[in-house]
Design a protein around this ligand. Structure first.
Ligand code: SF4
Length: 363
């Protein structure tokens, strides 16, 4: 039995009550900071909260259903999928109110509710009948951060909520549930921070070593699918890398430097994208972080639908990219987008400076 782990939504409670930056470090804070320090600053320092998206809301309701199921399993009760689905539906309106969810239409909400129920039913359908009761469910873990290499206590705790700790013949396995729109290869590196954080806290609190870690993904395909990826117990190298990231994170908090870090995938998913790019002057002077409400500069393009070759919404930040995209759109016959990108290219200060120089040279 894992007694030191408290089944309380402590991280959520703390962040709702404005848990300060120096109160604790969490895997989600670390991951946000690593993906873009400016995004981190906007969320955790400036307090700009993004509205809950339907995908995030769906994920929370699926987690709620799985939590209900496994909490009953801890008590020796096995709920039928219909029971779990009924409880998701029963708690739906309260969850909508709590999250201040706004759906585009009533039909969208109904479809999302059905999707949550179907995903959990698909998961429960593949749970082995003899699956032993879990050791812990939605367990909040908090542990002091003591560098395993130097022995230094960093003076700030690590806090996280683990979805499930499951017993196996080899020992406890740490499980994280995810909802996802498509299946993905088991790229361990993309989950490294979260898995190592869970492992670290688990070991500190229980004195045991985990037998392994799992990510169980509920895939939102038309017919829901379940995938399970297994990862080995964390090594000394994992922990050393984890602490090197934490030290850089703490340095950033100390210095207050939160540079923007645009990336194709990060910006495409970011709520601060529209009108997001700082002025070029800031990029050069770096005197102070930008405010995302500032107008975009000539290099920026946000929320542009690109041709079928380049799917999704993109934020583009350079004349070179605009050139590349204009060329791609022209090649794929998307003349309207090509004209748009060409227009951006003309406004690009670097390109126009080069043009001026060329004009001067030809006189
Ligand atoms: S739009 Fe991109 S650069 Fe701006 S905060 Fe979001 S991720 Fe960072």
């Amino acid at each position: 039995m894992i007694g030191a782990i408290e089944p309380v939504h402590q991280e959520a409670n703390r962040s709702n009550s404005g848990g300060g930056l120096w109160d604790y470090i969490s895997p989600s804070r670390l991951n946000t900071w690593m993906s873009c320090p400016l995004k981190f600053r906007l969320r955790y320092i400036d307090g700009i909260r993004s509205p809950t998206t339907p995908a995030l809301f769906l994920g929370k309701q699926v987690h709620r259903g799985l939590e209900i199921y496994y909490r009953h399993r801890m008590l020796g009760i096995t709920l039928e999928p219909n029971d779990v689905g009924g409880r998701i539906v029963d708690g739906w309106d309260a969850a909508v109110a709590d999250e201040e969810m706004k759906f585009a239409t009533g039909a969208e909400e109904v479809a999302l509710e059905k999707q949550a129920v179907d995903l959990v039913a698909a998961y429960l359908a593949q749970v082995p009948a003899d699956e032993p009761p879990p050791l812990a469910v939605e367990a909040t873990m908090e542990a002091p951060l003591v560098d395993p290499v130097t022995g230094e206590n960093l003076g700030i705790p690590l806090l996280g909520i683990v979805d499930l700790i499951a017993p196996t013949d080899n020992g406890p396995v740490i499980v994280d549930f995810k909802t996802s729109s498509r299946s993905s290869p088991p790229f361990e590196i993309s989950h490294e921070i979260q898995l190592t954080a869970y492992s670290y806290m688990f070991r500190k609190l229980t004195g045991q070593r985990e037998a392994g870690l799992q990510i169980r993904s509920l895939i939102k395909t038309k017919k829901p699918r379940i995938e399970q990826h297994e990862y080995a117990a964390r090594s000394d190298q994992h922990l050393a890398r984890f602490f090197s990231v934490i030290r850089e994170y703490v340095d950033a908090l100390d210095t207050g430097r939160f540079n923007y870090r645009p990336s194709w995938s990060g910006c495409a998913m970011c709520d601060h994208r529209d009108g997001a790019l700082p002025k070029l002057g800031w990029l050069i002077r770096r005197k102070s972080p930008p405010v995302h409400a500032e107008p975009t500069n000539g290099l920026a393009l946000a929320g542009v639908k690109v041709s079928r070759v380049i799917r999704g919404r993109a934020l583009l930040s350079g004349g070179l990219r605009a050139f590349f995209l204009a060329l791609t759109c022209r090649l794929t016959g998307d003349r309207r987008q090509a004209a748009l990108f060409t227009g951006t290219l003309r406004k690009c200060p670097i390109v126009s400076t080069a043009r001026d120089v060329a004009n001067l040279a030809s006189r």
